[in-house]
Write a protein that binds this ligand. Structure first.
Ligand code: ADP
Ligand code: MG
Length: 259
């Protein structure tokens, strides 16, 4: 079992405090969901864990099995077993999808122990099959001209091929139609197991109909303000956030722009 532990995390962007003490512990074999209104710091949490340079950690800690993640370079975080699917995946011209995946897999392996080409292809084929991806997706340039849905599917393909210990999936459901949502969820559910833990960030309960989380957390004003089981997500879907704001005695969020 591995553990990703976030303690008292405070994060600033350009001098503005966004995260105000986030505590969260995720073990492998667990799927956690973070929900919450827009602009409450969900993406900030994901970016801070992955080491985006714009996010300044002013206090708190993030450890993976006791090792200080915040001290690691971004590639070291990936090598330690963290995976981040971004809200806005970027394009990489001139690198095919398959080449990218193979280098990423090999980067995590010892020199001289590269994945044999045939096993790589076999595994890639099988996973692309699961995700109902067209075979030409392997030879296309990474994310170039991919539709929104193709990018999301491709991220789940990366997840399935790279097999990180922990994945943070930030709004993988945004812009997906029901079919794509079902397929992407199938991929994540296939990853479930002793060596995989996942933090799903979502605005909507809909995704959680397909991927049942073990734990649900609500983030408001830069903090985790409530945690529960899957029923918490259902209650939020049915009743919104007002009851919770009242329960906690906090002001309604002002709708802030997505960064
Ligand atoms: N790069 C940035 N520069 C300045 N402010 C940002 C940046 N990214 C996010 N913010 C601000 O941080 C707050 C939290 O944003 P974010 O983490 O994206 O929220 P969420 O993902 O919950 O919608 C918002 O007020 C947003 O405007
Ligand atoms: Mg966000």
């Amino acid at each position: 079992m591995a553990t990703l532990e976030i303690k008292g995390l405070h994060v600033e962007i350009e001098g503005k405090e966004i995260l105000k003490g986030v505590d969260l512990t995720i073990n492998t074999n667990e799927i956690h969901a973070i929900m919450g209104p827009n602009g409450t710091g969900k993406s900030t949490l994901a970016q801070a864990i992955m080491g985006h340079p714009r996010y300044e950690i002013t206090s708190g800690s993030v450890t993976l099995d006791g090792e200080d993640v915040l001290e690691m370079e971004v590639d070291e975080r990936a090598n330690a077993g963290l995976f981040l699917a971004m809200q806005y995946p970027s394009e990489v011209a001139g690198v095919t999808n398959a080449d990218f995946l193979r280098s990423a897999i090999n980067a995590k392996r010892e020199e001289g122990d590269e994945i044999p080409l045939m096993s790589f292809i076999r595994e890639l084929d099988a996973k692309m099959d699961t995700l109902e991806m067209h075979e030409d997706m392997a030879t296309r340039y990474l994310n170039e001209g991919f539709s929104g849905g193709e990018k999301k599917r491709n991220e789940i393909l990366q997840l399935m091929m790279l097999k990180p210990k922990f994945a943070i999936l930030d709004e993988i459901d945004s812009g997906l139609d029901i079919d794509a949502l079902r397929i992407v969820s199938k991929g994540v559910n296939e990853m479930r197991g002793e060596n995989f833990g996942c933090l799903i960030i979502t605005h909507y309960q809909r995704l959680l109909d397909y991927i049942t989380p073990d734990h649900v957390h609500v983030m408001m004003q830069g903090k985790v303000v409530k945690s529960g089981g899957p029923e918490l997500a259902q209650k939020l879907e049915a009743e919104g956030y007002d009851w919770l704001q009242q329960e906690l005695g906090i002001e309604a969020e002002t709708a802030e722009q997505e960064a």
